[in-house]
Design a protein around this ligand. Structure first.
Ligand SMILES: [Fe+2]
Ligand SMILES: [Fe+2]
Length: 165
């Protein structure tokens, strides 16, 4: 994510939606490479390692950072506790699937797990775009400030971003 000018909550929401799209495409591309190799019987160690690295470097830290910023604000300011509980549960489901990709795997199993991760992430990010962000916007939460906090947590590394996802 790039640093944002303080143009207001709507611009912050646009940047979050854009970043979700970037993450979704990054995940789909790597999942496609893994599934293509595994499906054709080609060596899939490299695309699997690439996918694992992307999950560890981008997807999991993103989830951890938003739990500490957007989710906390939604629960406390936007009466979004129920939605936040559901989103946190999806982070845990994602983490469970990611854990399955660690260690040795058959190609078909790794491909199936990767597709499950990509599908879950796409639906999850859509929920954040369509439900979480509007709730935060309508509550008057300082979305630009929250995005800055999220970027700071991500820049500081996994510990600051939280265990999340
Ligand atoms: Fe999330
Ligand atoms: Fe997200």
């Amino acid at each position: 994510m790039t640093a944002i000018p303080h143009d207001g909550a709507t611009e912050a929401a646009r940047q979050i939606i854009h970043h979700h799209a970037v993450l979704r495409r990054g995940l789909e591309q790597r999942t496609g490479a893994l599934c293509g190799a595994a499906g054709s019987g080609a060596p899939f160690g490299r695309p699997l390692a690439d996918l694992r690295a992307y999950l560890d470097a981008e997807i999991l830290p993103h989830a951890g950072a938003e739990e500490r910023t957007l989710y906390q604000a939604a629960a406390s300011q936007a009466r979004g506790s129920e939605l936040v509980r559901a989103l946190v549960a999806e982070h845990r489901d994602l983490a469970g699937l990611v854990a399955r990709l660690q260690g040795p795997a058959e190609g078909a199993e790794a491909a199936w797990t990767a597709e499950s991760i990509a599908t879950l992430f796409a639906a999850h990010a859509a929920k954040e775009n369509d439900l979480l962000l509007p709730a935060l916007l309508s509550s008057g939460a300082d979305l630009a400030g929250l995005l800055t906090d999220m970027q700071t947590a991500l820049a500081a590394g996994p510990a600051a971003a939280g265990e999340g996802c």
